[in-house]
Design a protein around this ligand. Structure first.
Ligand code: ATP
Ligand code: MG
Length: 352
């Protein structure tokens, strides 16, 4: 990575954050805080984007803003290194999409695989989809470019959005740049372990997602973690302990691949040295789901209890949490107004 990178990511405040966010994006964001090539780091709460498919329930969005902020602070994002801001309070984010939307065709938006999949899961058709939802990739290009972001640490589902942003930037610079790059083309940063780019939900069917009720949340207590793991699907053909089992598409093992380390085996399940040994035993037969689930519960509690405890502390200081968001939002208004100025001037919008 070269010097002077700027990072940005965001989350929709449609609920508290879950383990998918943690492995898919939050962990990389925390790591970027110690990367000196990055000169500015932004994290956005995407309340405008969340409204695009929750217009009938704005209260849900408002209520979850501080929830998401507490999650950020609990995982170790720090206001000393990261600027947090609220999307709805940045005037440039309402204006930039107006200019960018002229650079994107309806056909191109229709081809966006993430929008397609999300429309399908929300039973939206091409005529019933709200315009705001259909065009949110354009707003997302504004989110990324408004602070000049060059790196975006995200889960796999966001790759088509980054690609679309790159196209918008490319077209913008070609049309209005007069040989200069007014806007920067961003790149996505995916998690180191590919499987973490799309953590499956506890139902084992699709990605863990706030809207699908298949999540373990960062704010879940040890008891809740335990009962969610108990209720998880495993291999449906592994009926008796001695039956050979499948670990491949088995969500309990998928989670172990994401979260457990050899040290966890030493601490909680020393009969195995590592996951490969445990998986081999399960495949051969003779290892019960209860034992594997108990181990997964121990691993998750060990990994997430410190986060849970820090979260409780922030929850007791919500005024401080609000102040952090307020301060960051004001700083971002300053930065983004400069981008807006550059964009207007490149297009040649008249100045009074
Ligand atoms: P919603 O259901 O409201 O869309 P969500 O759970 O999909 O919520 P987002 O706010 O859309 O969460 O996503 C925020 C970030 O977290 C994105 O970078 C996304 O790629 C990442 N992310 C979300 N879910 C997962 C997952 N299951 N695995 C890995 N990364 C994820
Ligand atoms: Mg989503």
């Amino acid at each position: 990575m070269i010097k002077n990178e700027v990072s940005l990511t965001g989350d929709r405040p449609t609920g508290a954050l879950h383990y998918g966010h943690y492995v898919g994006s939050l962990k990389s964001r925390v790591a970027l805080q110690n990367n000196d090539s990055i000169t500015a780091r932004y994290v956005m709460i995407a309340d405008l984007q969340a409204l695009t498919d929750n217009a009938d329930n704005p209260q849900k969005i408002t209520e979850n803003i501080l929830n998401v902020m507490c999650d950020y602070l609990a995982v170790g994002l720090s206001p000393d290194k990261t600027t947090f801001f609220l999307q709805s309070h940045i005037p440039a984010l309402s204006e930039l999409p107006m200019y960018y939307s002229n650079l994107v065709t309806v056909a191109r938006l229709q081809r966006n695989p993430t929008v397609k999949a999300e429309m399908q899961s929300k039973s939206m058709t091409s005529s019933s989809v709200p315009v705001g939802f259909f065009t949110y990739p354009i707003s997302q290009a504004a989110d990324i470019t408004c602070v000049g972001a060059t790196v975006v640490p995200v889960g796999e589902d966001q790759l088509p959005m980054i690609e679309q942003t790159r196209e918008i930037v490319h077209t913008f610079n070609r049309l209005y740049g007069k040989g200069k790059n007014i806007l920067m083309e961003p790149v996505a940063i995916l998690p180191e372990k590919a499987l973490n780019g799309r953590l499956v939900g506890t139902d084992g069917k699709t990605k863990m997602s706030k809207s699908l009720n298949n999540c373990i949340y960062l704010k879940d207590t040890a008891d809740i973690i335990c009962s969610k793991v108990k209720g998880m699907f495993t291999d449906p053909n592994h009926l008796r302990i001695n039956d050979p089992g499948n670990t491949e598409n088995n969500p309990v093992f998928i989670y172990l691949r994401s979260f457990c380390t050899d040290e966890h085996f030493q601490m909680f399940c020393p009969v195995y040295q590592n996951l490969a040994e445990m998986e081999a035993h399960y495949r051969k037969g003779g290892l019960g789901d209860g034992t594997v689930k108990k181990f997964l519960t121990d691993v998750l509690i060990a990994e997430f209890e410190p986060i849970y405890t820090r979260r409780l502390q922030w929850e007791q200081h919500l005024n401080d949490v609000k102040d952090i968001l307020y301060k960051g939002t004001n700083e971002t208004i300053e930065v983004t107004s400069k981008t807006l100025e550059a964009v207007r001037s490149a297009i040649g919008i008249m100045k009074f």
